[in-house]
Ligand binder design. Structure first.
Ligand code: C5P
Length: 409
């Protein structure tokens, strides 16, 4: 995916570096990129709507309640139109407003309503940048999924020196170019993935089984998110109530053993995400006809362990997927227990989720997870829809795949 012909929505915040946005527009236009701009009220103090319109060949949008704006292109369509949103410069004030979820002007409303990646390019005095409030806001915004470029070290307009200088138009252009190139790489490289999801059922006889509460939703959303990023994805799903989209290739299974067999059939794959809550135990023998409680001696009902799919993949010396991701559902010591699991099961990332609460995790549409890597680094994703969480997980997996992959061609 080349940057050429891409559509970029630039939001111009109110800082002295706003003047650099004009140079950025010239650079982007020279490379055949389509641009629309939103100018905040304070941004207007530094650059004029006329200069933005002249350079971008499109009017600068300003007011959320402008009837002409809303009939021509409303605040939802603006973000749908764009391939990416870039906020240049992002001021401390704008960061704080985004953190609180404000939608009190066109810029914040468009970002809140957006389904696209948003790149924040901060510029401010070094003290403002290093202030605990701004650093806390940065962390929250990263948790929300926004990306940051900069700020750089250097001399600022106020005469002070330090971290706070806005990245140059050339740096921003290079960042955007790489962003679209990486998207292209995913498609070009023909990456394949398998995702396991749902519970399994381990039948004692034709009507009775051992199972669990898993709905399979989170794994299903991860499969959709990977597919959206251009990965050839197959979902191996235990019994669930999900109405699977036709866009996704689904293999339905019932037991843990069947799930294991389908996983083996799909190898080799580049990425495997084991989100299934495979039943840890299964009856040693399945009784052919329904057993009667009077007839049956329960002492003869023996259980044995199910094969561990994640561990099997992690230990595979020939066909181990390049990126192997496990899930860790815990009710206590979430991070500590999950860090142990990453070692025990030989995986690259583990998605830790707390299943002790009613409003997140098993059988609901919301989740709250921490992504842990082999070095023990933890990235927290606050409570959100499972589809949002899945997008973040999928992006993390692909970023890791691309970094780990030395032979990009
Ligand atoms: O040890 P625990 O069951 O908590 O580990 C959970 C992780 O292991 C999940 O990623 C789950 O999909 C995977 N797993 C598996 N096969 C099993 C049991 C768990 O792939 N039999």
């Amino acid at each position: 995916m080349e940057i050429k012909n891409k559509k970029i929505l630039l939001i111009i915040g109110g800082g002295i570096s706003a003047y650099k946005s004009l140079d950025l527009i010239r650079l982007l236009k020279k490379n055949n990129i389509q641009i629309k701009t939103i100018l905040t009220q304070s941004g207007k103090k530094f650059v004029t709507p006329l200069s933005l319109a002249s350079l971008s060949n499109s009017k600068a949008y300003e007011d959320i309640f402008d009837v002409n704006n809303e009939t021509e292109i409303d605040h939802i369509s603006l973000s749908r139109w764009a391939d990416i949103i870039v906020v240049v410069p992002t001021t401390a004030n704008l960061m704080s407003r985004l953190c609180s979820g404000k939608a009190d002007d066109l810029a914040t409303t468009v970002i809140l309503a957006s389904n696209k990646d948003t790149i924040l390019i901060p510029a401010m005095n070094v003290r403002m940048w290093l202030h605990k409030a701004t650093q806390r806001n940065k962390k929250t915004l990263l948790d929300f999924g926004y990306k940051f470029l900069g700020p750089e070290n250097g001399e600022m307009a106020c005469g002070e020196f330090g971290e706070g200088k806005m990245s140059s138009p050339r740096q921003i252009y290079t960042f955007l170019n790489n962003y679209f190139k990486n998207k292209n790489i995913v498609k070009k490289k023909k990456i394949s993935a398998l995702v396991t999801t749902g519970p399994t059922r381990e039948y004692l006889d034709p009507v009775r089984f051992i199972s669990n509460e898993s709905s399979g939703k989170q794994g299903y959303e991860v499969a959709i998110a990977l597919k959206k990023l251009g990965v050839k994805t197959t979902l191996i799903a235990g019994p669930s109530k999900i109405n699977f989209s036709k866009d996704i290739n689904v293999i339905n299974v019932v037991s843990g053993e069947e799930m294991m067999n389908e996983v083996k059939n799909l190898l080799p794959v580049n990425i495997a995400v084991c989100a299934a809550a495979v039943s840890d135990f299964k009856p040693k023998v399945k009784i052919k006809s329904k057993f009667k409680k009077k007839e049956r001696n329960l002492n003869n009902l023996y259980l044995e362990k199910n094969p561990d799919i994640l561990e099997y993949l992690g230990k595979h010396n020939r066909l181990r997927p390049k990126i192997l991701v496990g899930f860790s559902a815990e009710t206590e010591k979430l991070i500590e227990n999950s860090k142990k699991k990453i070692k025990e099961k030989y995986c690259d990332l583990i998605i830790a989720n707390d299943v002790s609460k009613k409003d997140i995790g098993f059988n609901v549409d919301y989740n709250k997870v921490s992504i842990i890597d082999k070095k023990g680094r933890v990235e927290n994703i606050p409570k959100n829809k499972k589809s949002f969480i899945a997008d973040r997980i999928a992006k993390k997996i692909i970023d890791k795949f691309l970094i780990d992959d030395k032979n990009i061609n």
